[in-house]
Design a protein around this ligand. Sequence first.
Ligand code: SF4
Length: 277
Amino acid sequence: MRLKDYIEDRARLFNMGSEFSCPDWCNRVGCKDERLHVSISIIDVVAASLVTGQTASHLFCSHYKIGISPMDGNPWIQRFVLEMKKPCSFLAGKDCGIYGARPITCALFPEAFFLFPEREGGLDKGKFGHYPCLREPPAISEKRRSHIIELMEMARREAFLTEFYFFGFSPFCVDLRNTVMDVMEVSRHVSGNTGDGGRPYEVPHEAFEEILIRRLGRGGYLLEINSKVEGLNSPSGIEALYEIKKWTDSIEASDKDFPYCYEFDEGNRLKMVKRLM
Ligand code: SF4
């Protein structure tokens, strides 16, 4: 199975040349902290399925969730992502239960954050300053640096594949400005606050996420996503994913400057619109 070969190849890079290991005294806070969003790809779901022997669709429901990532820092334009549910239920004591098949994002943490703080969203010391592994930068050799860059490129291509597999389009971003009333309603429940008019009010991430998921559900997209994941329960489905990956890997797409995104229409179906740049 060729996708299995790819998964084994990338796993070989996970620790190659790395001098980082989780400190013994760390309580694996990054695997538990809901504020640390661990993005994953559809390949990570297949990798976990192959190593655990559980079906992709079972793992998808139990361990992963749909999340969002703001485009260019604009919370109203959100990019679809898959994430680990937190606390991660693969964690067994202090060990990752799928270590050799863990997501690339896990394998890159925290080295990539130190190497490319601007690309990785920076290290918010206010939020994550108590992480033992973030106190001192780990030593990163030139060789390791090249492996990290290679893994980051793999992760970028896998993100592209994931969106394409589910929606036939990547980057898959949704403009949520026409859902503002729903977002504010959910925001009130999440934070117990809608602003008093005097102070700037930041809508919680969870409010945008809940509205995206709710609208995807009402539009029938969640059923479609689940059925596509179900397709990965069989070797032929995995093989088909590999064929799609070969095609998406051949496309050089710029995520940042893509001028289109989607918004929900009144029937909660997605329609393409010009993206607010
Ligand atoms: S997959 Fe493993 S390394 Fe990643 S969050 Fe879960 S337990 Fe931690």
